[in-house]
Design a binder for this molecule. Structure first.
Ligand SMILES: [Zn+2]
Length: 433
């Protein structure tokens, strides 16, 4: 792109080359300088200069001499991505619990904190709890903090305006217009980045999971709410304002469907999310249907959860099985639409409800077989997320990795794309790259 731009900013080209080199080292390492040059299509002296900078920034390590090529000759000096020498904190800010993980950039977990999220206590209080989880992870860590923690990634449910870096609306939390970063950053000396929980999950799959095997795939997150992250040619589809993928709010029942947190009714999320499944079971029991769920919650129907419904279904409870069947069929109908529209290679399903396992996947697959165009659905893999309940927090870690590896692009004031507002807030003494 830069060759055809006569006035292309040299600085921007340098940054672009740097990102290219670090990504090649990450993907193909250990690799020699001579091995990088043709892959990056950059001259050897430029590669040498970039590598020198990356070593200085502790993002790349020099492994020393590797084995000689088959024909003999001088053994090459090998380089690798310094995954284990850089740390990151990932946070899954959910409505049920908040999970924080301190990990290295390779996804290796060092420590983990889990606390229940007290949504009732209000938005400020939840933000404060989250800040405390981050501070605890930092203070519990024995690593050299000033040098090696690269950033904090947070996945949160809701519509996020990436240009303005605001959580515009979270139906799950009932929040409007929250600047998550501003509310959490006090006393935290590292860059903070946050995004929608499902898109964060996709970043995890792109860096460490399904993204390694597919160019086109869609992550469907089925937890308390439902969302989708759509990957086209290894790129996450953001949409005009970064709000693409609100799969949970497609209408599947025109009249008389259950009320959705978004204000509409008959949404997929109202029918098939964890919240929707629990509510459907509760309402049918209240209408007099028999179920072992009554005994499982000692008659306190408010305590019925999706997890218990799946448990009862596994124990052959008629009502629970019928609720699961209905919810999974709607998910299958929604996924059939995604397959028809995007002609994707794979659907990766994560979130708490996905933990229900084979029973859920069987119904979804049967429904897709019945509903999607056979030509589109042929060969499409439908599989669980690689990381199970840790999918979001692994994604939050990947989100920071992603921002580090393209960071300087976002900082460049001449880079006038739609997302030109720096994704990380920069403090003069703590630049990340
Ligand atoms: Zn809705």
């Amino acid at each position: 792109m830069f060759k055809t731009e006569p006035r292309a900013n040299l600085q921007l080209v340098n940054k672009y080359n740097k990102i290219k080199v670090v990504n090649i080292i990450r993907e193909f390492g250990p690799v020699s300088r001579a091995g990088i040059s043709p892959k990056a299509n950059i001259s050897s002296p430029t590669v040498t200069r970039i590598v020198r900078d990356l070593i200085k920034e502790h993002l790349v390590i020099d492994l020393g001499l590797g084995p000689s090529a088959d024909g003999g000759g001088r053994p090459p000096l090998l380089l690798d991505f310094n995954a284990k020498g850089n740390f990151v904190i990932g946070i899954d800010l959910g409505t049920t619990q908040t999970v924080g993980i301190l990990s290295d950039l390779g996804g290796g977990v060092i420590s983990e904190i889990k606390i229940p999220t007290n949504v009732q206590s209000g938005q400020k209080s939840v933000m404060e709890q989250t800040r405390k989880v981050i501070l605890d992870l930092i203070s519990n860590s024995s690593i050299d903090q000033s040098r090696t923690i690269r950033g904090i990634g947070i996945g949160v449910a809701g519509l996020i305006d990436r240009q303005q870096q605001m959580l515009r609306f979270s139906p799950d939390f009932g929040w409007h217009d929250v600047d998550v970063r501003e509310e959490i950053e006090e006393g935290i000396p590292y860059p903070i980045v946050f995004d929608n929980v499902t898109r964060v999950m996709v970043m995890g799959e792109l860096c460490y999971g399904a993204g390694r095997n597919y160019r086109n795939f869609i992550c469907v997150n089925i937890g308390y709410g439902i969302g989708a992250g759509i990957v086209v040619d290894k790129h996450l589809l953001l949409g005009e304002r970064g709000m693409a993928g609100e799969f949970g709010h497609i209408t599947l029942v025109k009249n008389g469907g259950p009320q959705c947190d978004c204000g509409n009714s008959g949404c997929l999320e109202a029918l098939s999310s964890g919240h929707g499944i629990a509510r459907a079971a509760r309402s049918r029991i209240e209408q007099g249907e028999k179920s072992i769920l009554k005994d499982m919650v000692f008659g306190r129907y408010d305590n019925i959860t999706a997890e218990l419904v799946f448990k009862a279904a596994h124990e052959d409870d008629h009502l629970a099985k019928s609720v699961v069947q209905e919810a999974a069929e709607y998910i299958g109908i929604g996924i059939s639409t995604l397959i028809n529209v995007f002609n994707t290679q794979a659907i990766v399903i994560g979130g708490g409800v996905a933990g229900a396992g084979q029973m859920l996947f069987d119904i979804i697959k049967d429904t897709v077989k019945q509903r999607a165009l056979p030509q589109s659905a042929e060969g499409v893999d439908i599989l669980p997320s690689k990381f199970g309940t840790r999918a979001t927090v692994m994604g939050a870690i990947a989100l920071v990795l992603h921002e580090i590896l393209k960071l300087n692009m976002a900082f460049d004031s001449n880079n006038s794309n739609a997302n030109s507002r720096p994704f990380f807030k920069i403090r003069p003494s703590k630049t990340v790259f």
